[in-house]
Design a binder for this molecule. Structure first.
Ligand SMILES: [Zn+2]
Length: 440
């Protein structure tokens, strides 16, 4: 019996084989298959039966064939090692309501050089690799690969339902040396980047908010952000009750104090060096790490340092104590703790610490909102990891717009893949005079 099955396979001609591979249904049929061994290329010419009805892409009604649009060539997935192309002349319909229309293609999107199958494959590869690697692995040019990625993002963003995040983060990322920033809005719960722009300005964040109605914006429960005036101003202008919803990100808040500790160390190290004392040499991170993160092999050294009468040691203790602020679950005790800490910091006679404490005091109302909302931008850590991946792949990007497109592609949570039309685009008349068919 096995022998019989094999012989059936050998009887299958190339047209039948490709009809099965492509899943082609009447009235579509394969007119010709040309295999060129020289150029290692397969060309499949697809045509349709003469008596067809054509679906208007706007109203989905079927009407008679009007004419054909210009011939198209879609590159498809390879047939073994051979590049494969589908040639088709897409019919047009003259809908009494919508006029002459090109049907949605069943082989690849209108305007694409790639079939649905190949375009989807390129997107899958691009999700794993840089754009150069994608181009190389798929046998496409850089521009063709990039074009696929860009179209995927456009498609995904057009399909995305309009929705504001309930818990939102606003953050900025430096993308290269030289202080180039990309600002991001993300949905902390969905773990997706919702909006990317290329400065740290108020107007840009406002343009994000302006997409939504006031009622929709009222749905934002909380926004984590840095103490950055343009972001604060934009949020206060658009989000109802923003003053109760903004939470200054604890890592950004701590960074102000960490910078102050570092400045203190630098100043003191300079002073000590002038007297020939190098006790602070190589100690930068000991003071910046949280105590529990000091590596075991340096703990003894650090304990000895802390016994010395050093300014940086006092600054460090003030910094470490501020961390307790975020353990409070209620606003009132959080404020009381801050007040005590503030008194200590401002009486420390360490100028950078005093200055940092004053900055924090100005912003305290939206630091203590943490007690209620308990969010930080670190909740978006999964996104940060993805953005780091984008940055590593970014060497091949030709401009900053590319970087933004790549962030949407990898981190936007978008439905990126092209889809054939939901209904068969053509029907045909059978012997019993009924219209049936289409590839689906
Ligand atoms: Zn119509």
């Amino acid at each position: 019996m096995k022998v019989k099955a094999i012989s059936v396979f050998f009887l299958m001609d190339d047209k039948l084989l490709f009809t099965k591979i492509l899943g082609l249904q009447p009235p579509w049929f394969i007119q010709q298959v040309v295999v060129d061994e020289q150029t290692q290329r397969v060309d499949i010419y697809v045509d349709h039966e003469p008596e067809i009805r054509v679906r208007c892409p706007v109203c989905d009604e079927l009407y008679g064939l009007y004419d054909h649009g210009p011939g198209r060539v879609y590159r498809h997935l390879n047939t073994c090692q051979m590049q494969t192309y589908i040639h088709v002349r897409p019919p047009r319909v003259n809908c009494p309501t919508h006029g002459v229309k090109q049907i949605g293609s069943e082989f690849g999107e209108n305007g694409s050089e790639l079939s649905f199958g190949l375009e989807s494959f390129v997107i899958q590869v691009a999700q794993e690799c840089s754009i150069e690697a994608t181009a190389r692995l798929c046998g496409l040019s850089w521009d063709q690969s990039w074009n696929t990625l860009e179209r995927a993002v456009d498609r995904g963003r057009a399909r995305k339902p309009r929705r504001v995040p309930t818990r939102m983060g606003v953050d900025e990322k430096s993308i290269a040396r030289g202080h180039k920033y990309e600002s991001l809005v993300y949905d902390i719960d969905a773990g997706t980047v919702e909006f990317v722009w290329d400065d740290r300005g108020q107007k840009s964040l406002e343009s994000y908010y302006r997409q939504f109605t006031r009622e929709e914006l009222a749905g934002i429960k909380t926004v984590a952000m840095d103490m950055w005036d343009p972001f604060i101003a934009a949020t206060k202008k658009y989000v109802p009750d923003a003053e109760k919803k903004i939470v200054y990100d604890r890592f950004h808040v701590m960074r102000h104090v960490l910078d102050a500790v570092d400045k203190t160390r630098k100043g003191e190290h300079r002073q000590l060096s002038d007297c020939g004392e190098s006790v602070l040499k190589g100690t930068k991170y000991l003071w910046l790490w949280s105590l529990e993160n000091v590596p075991a092999w340096r703990q003894e050294e650090f304990a000895a340092l802390r016994k010395k009468d050093l300014k940086v040691c006092r600054a460090w203790a003030i910094k470490e104590n501020l961390r307790h602020l975020w353990n409070y679950r209620y606003e009132a005790p959080m404020r009381r703790y801050f007040k005590r800490w503030y008194f200590w910091a401002t009486h420390s006679r360490i100028a950078p610490i005093k200055k940092a404490a004053q900055t924090l005091k100005v912003h305290i109302d939206n630091i203590v909102t943490y007690a209620k909302h308990r969010i930080t931008n670190a909740l978006g850590e999964a996104i940060n990891a993805k953005i780091e991946k984008v940055k590593r792949m970014a060497c091949g990007f030709r401009n900053r717009a590319h970087y933004r497109t790549a962030i949407y592609f990898h981190c936007g949570g978008l439905d990126l893949f092209p889809k054939p039309p939901a209904l068969p685009t053509l029907c045909f008349r059978t012997a019993s005079s009924q219209y049936v068919g289409g590839t689906h």
